[in-house]
Design a protein around this ligand. Structure first.
Ligand SMILES: CC(C)(COP(=O)(O)OP(=O)(O)OC[C@H]1O[C@@H](n2cnc3c(N)ncnc32)[C@H](O)[C@@H]1OP(=O)(O)O)[C@@H](O)C(=O)NCCC(=O)NCCS
Length: 169
């Protein structure tokens, strides 16, 4: 089995058996993802085992804006006072239930962060934003350095400077 992260291809990748335990994330992958890709609402990257082509996990990325007041003071004080600031939304991240604990979640997260960072050489983005569906997801993101939004503790951000630091080592 060879693992690869690829842009979702509705014809080649097998998604029908994907189940991460959260209905909204399963339904999204099977029913909505290719539409979002086509309409440029989100890019969907899938972790696939070759040659079976089964989807073992996925994440989505989109352009996003964030209000400066949502961010922590320490981070915000270095930013320009524009009403809306550019960011990258890691909208969804999920690993199939049967594949948990194999560091696939971490692998997908690091790939999403690296891709977000690489994109900043063309389109500026000051942070990666994630939304946690529940307490477990929140703990997952917090362990990788994400910080909670001021008024919305289930919404998190990781400053792009910290992302750059991760990959500078
Ligand atoms: C969260 C999720 C992506 C983690 O995937 P995974 O492949 O099982 O996680 P990994 O094997 O990569 O774990 C990496 C580290 O995170 C920890 N971790 C994994 N899931 C965790 C969770 N729910 N809460 C806290 N820590 C978690 C692991 O213990 C491991 O830590 P270690 O470095 O001390 O060993 C997966 O559980 C999932 O798909 N959950 C349902 C969907 C979801 O909640 N998505 C997140 C936001 S929408």
């Amino acid at each position: 089995m060879v693992l690869k992260i690829e842009l979702l291809d509705g014809q080649r990748h097998i998604r029908s058996d994907f189940s991460c335990g959260k209905d909204s994330l399963d339904t999204y992958l099977c029913k909505q993802a290719t539409q979002d890709l086509k309409r440029k609402v989100a890019t969907i990257f899938v972790l696939v085992d070759h040659p079976q082509m089964l989807v073992l996990g996925y994440y989505t990325l989109s352009a996003y804006t964030v209000h400066i007041s949502a961010l922590g003071e320490e981070f915000a004080k270095h930013l320009s006072r524009y009403p809306a600031l550019p960011a990258t939304l890691l909208g969804r991240l999920a690993v199939d239930h049967g594949q948990r604990g194999k560091r696939f979640g971490e692998f997908l997260l690091m790939d999403a962060l690296k891709r977000s960072l690489d994109t900043t050489s063309q389109i500026a983005s000051l942070a990666v934003i994630a939304e946690a569906l529940d307490g477990e997801a929140l703990r997952f993101y917090l362990r990788y350095g994400f910080r909670q939004f001021n008024q919305h503790p289930m919404k998190l951000y990781l400053p792009m400077k910290l992302v750059a630091g991760l990959f500078a080592r």
